[in-house]
Write a protein that binds this ligand. Structure first.
Ligand code: IPM
Ligand code: MN
Length: 357
């Protein structure tokens, strides 16, 4: 008898439906290896939910996520919703889900796929050994602090956002970073702006306490500006980067582009409730609905889901190996196409992966 796991599938906007559909096919095929069956529950969030219900994150979606084994999300947002009120922007769906599910930690692994080594904008010798994880704090800091939208007039018109961190928020993200590093090369770079920000000084103090209590971990402390530079000068030096919500948002886009394959990078958001998996790229409204999007970031996010939330390690390994083989086989969607390769659309890439599962 196979075991059934429930996964909430949120397509979201733009290319979301195409890439989530692709990932679902791959997951369904792979989890049989672990004797698991998936019950998919489709729910709306983001622009799609604004159009359907007038709000980006319906209570019904949150409720389904709370009781599921995992959530798989495509992407949200698009120009259609650029002018909606700040309180119902599509992005609120992601932020609201992170908060509602207690997802205080975002794991973003950045690595170079052998077949795509020459895709990085950096010199090949700089990126050969790139393999790091960004551990981004996800439910605190300036993203969730108090704020005031612009008020007043003339030169005194004023808007503000507040950055705060409690000790418990820093401690728990450090613990995840330490656990992650222990399974890797044992090195952590804690990133802050402690030369200027009080919240960063607390961050660094706690990082130092954690380092003192975990002597098997080698902890470094870098300012965020220096980190941004080091990521392009010598990205191979990093193993685990742990940082705040805002700094992590910025550095993870930079990390992604260093790898040369933004469309391939997965992410997992974990914490106290149901974990959520999504590619790190956006909804790509310019190519939405044409069936040409690169589904690999979502497929690799689904592999992380199999490993961390569905107790399906064989499926996770099989999906990651199949993606590697599809790339080595020369299959390329438009975003990573080069002369001499086999150009495929979303379905073609999905089929290429499926044949190796
Ligand atoms: C990300 C995204 C989100 C963020 C947006 C869509 C709210 O950029 O997951 O990195 O800023 O966290
Ligand atoms: Mn981002």
């Amino acid at each position: 008898m196979s075991q059934t796991k429930t996964v909430v599938a949120i397509n979201g906007d733009g290319i979301g439906r195409e890439i989530v559909t692709a990932a679902r096919r791959v997951v369904d095929a792979a989890v049989t290896k672990d004797n698991i069956k998936i019950e998919w529950i489709e729910k709306k969030a983001g622009g799609e939910a604004i159009d359907a219900y007038g709000e980006p994150l319906p209570a019904d979606t949150i409720k389904a996520c709370e009781t599921a084994d995992a959530v798989l999300l495509g992407a949200v947002g698009g120009p259609q919703w650029d002018d909606v009120a700040p309180s119902i922007r599509p992005e609120k769906a992601i932020l609201g889900l992170r908060k509602a599910l207690g997802l205080f930690c975002n794991l973003r692994p950045v690595r170079i796929f052998k077949a795509l080594q020459d895709y990085s904008p950096l010199k090949p010798e700089l990126v050969q050994n790139v393999d790091f994880v960004i551990v981004r704090e996800l439910t605190g800091g300036i993203y969730f602090g108090e704020r005031e939208e612009a008020e007043g007039e003339g030169p005194n018109e004023l808007a503000w956002d507040k950055e705060t961190y409690h000790r418990y928020e820093v401690e728990r993200i450090m613990d995840v970073a330490i656990e992650t590093a222990a399974k890797r090369r044992g090195k952590i770079t804690s990133v802050d702006k402690a030369n200027v920000l009080a919240s960063s000084r607390l961050w660094r103090k706690i990082a130092q306490e954690k380092a003192a209590a975990n002597l098997d971990i080698d902890m470094d402390y870098l300012y965020v500006d220096n980190t941004a530079m080091q990521l392009v000068v010598n990205p191979g030096q990093f193993d685990v980067i742990v940082t705040t919500n805002l700094f992590g948002d910025i550095l993870s886009d930079e990390g992604a582009v260093v790898s040369g394959s933004l469309g391939l990078l997965p992410s997992a958001s974990i914490g106290t409730g149901t974990a959520l998996y999504e590619p790190i790229h956006g909804s790509a409204p310019d190519i939405a609905g044409r069936g040409i999007a690169n589904p690999l970031g979502t497929i690799l996010s689904a592999a992380m889901m199999c490993r961390y939330s569905l107790n399906a390690p064989k499926a996770a390994d099989a999906i990651e190996a199949a993606v590697e083989k599809a790339l080595e086989g020369g299959y390329r969607t438009g975003d990573i196409y080069k002369d001499g390769m086999q150009r495929v659309d979303t379905n073609g890439m999905t089929a290429a992966v499926l044949q190796y599962i």
